[in-house]
Design a protein around this ligand. Sequence first.
Ligand code: TEU
Length: 537
Amino acid sequence: MDKWWKKTVVYELYPQSFKDSNNDGVGDLKGIIEKLDYLQDLGVGAIWMTPIYTSPLVDNGYDIADYQNINEIYGSLADLKNLIKAAEAKQIKIIMDLVLNHTSDQHNWFLQAKTSKANPYRDYYIWRDQPDEKKSIFGGSAWTYDSTTKQYYFHQFAKEQPDLNWENPKLRSEISAMIKWWVDFGVKGFRLDVIDLIGKEVDKKIYSNGPNLHQFIKDLRAESWNSAEFLTVGECWGASIDDGIKYSNEKNDEFSMIFQFEQITELQSELGKYLYKEIDFIALKKVYKKWQQGLHGLGWNSLYLGNHDLPRMISKYGNDQEFRVASSKTLFTTLFLMEGTPFIYQGDEIGMTNTNWENITDYQDVEIKNTYQDLVLDEKKLTHEEFMQGLKANGRDHARTPMQWDGSENAGFSNAKPWIKVNENYQTINVENDLKNPSGIYNYLKTLINFRNKSEYADLIANSLYVPTLIDDSYLFAYARTNGQKTIKILANWSEKELDLSVLNLQGLEVLLNTHDSFADLKLKAWQTVVLLETRI
Ligand code: TEU
């Protein structure tokens, strides 16, 4: 029997920007409850919410000050209980985000730890007399001096996010107990933030995939969520195929699946995302081939092109102007018929796009601010203009603007001024408009989700081998899924060119899905995708 997440689609929800029910400019749990019908209608089976715990929000909640409480701007534990119940009634499971690599510097553990070297919480964090040259992922040194105790503490992200010391068994058992508490509370899964960073050994300069990593994960699971029905997805930026198998092989008792990032990192410039680089489409297809085939039967992939750390998928990979609707449909179809669990990032279901903000002060993200300071002002590795070009293409805030519900002020997200600016295009691109359009993105996506999870092809899509074709073609993303008797062929035009497929021997094949009205001439229009059925008799 297949695990439930093999035939489900998960919706990644960014609570701060989803729906504001009390008009303070910030989204909240009651706002999510109001919109559950919308998500149920789309056909999602689970919602992953980015962190909603008590937090000073230096990194929008990825800096947790209390793991067992809710930030009051989002609501209360009682509201979360209500959300879990209301979602369950609609067959939607609630997945929480667990940030275990670091806490906020306002967490009681850290407040205690920095009072003295003898404090019992001192060893919950990583302290050294001297810093080394290790840099934070957000720019600047990974070590910050604490003048009270005259030592440096280690942080791989902002200085307000001190890394936890996983070598400490007391810390580990406290974390397990906390997770168990959430399992008992009723959540149905976890996304585990930068989990590959927890097994570090800083003195040996091992910062990810450390030697104890997999044992820590197995112990954590054994002591907290130990259930085969629990959905867990580890965020693992640096995973190889072998790592991916360890994390997500059912028999290995770690996670249900992983987020790997090779399709992002492989296509980046050496200086990272703030130095603009064109997408290498063929390289992208090769990464998918590698991960689809590498984990087949041995592990489980997640499928996503957007999330809260990435630009809008349509702006990055598609055409967010003339072919916004067609290219959204094409990106979703290409991705969702692969093997793995598809994730929709909030707003992508209506084709939300990157912002076009020219001014750095419009952006709120700590990563953007700290990296600008580091790369442009301190190290001078990039000019202001270069950084702005990278930021406009890849900055994290593009995905964090308020959800565009309708054309009213603040896009129907809130009556108050939102915490971050609304994208200027909200009067055109919004839920109300998209739902009204029978050939809009949301309605197409509903059909696609249903086809993927509930049609007679659901088993084939969930379990068969991924066979790419024409991998060196510069415009066509093409693959087949086959079980010997039946083959579905996905032919996606990732370009503005019209493609003539008459040479491919497709005459007479049944069209199962089509982003456009016709395919009778065997031609794919700009950003058109068809899914065809081939039956062997
Ligand atoms: O992201 C991991 C992470 O490393 C990203 O910051 C990523 O490296 C970067 O955007 C790429 O340039 C997770 C969360 O998803 C992110 O929101 C947090 O800021 C980060 O961890 C720290 O908790």
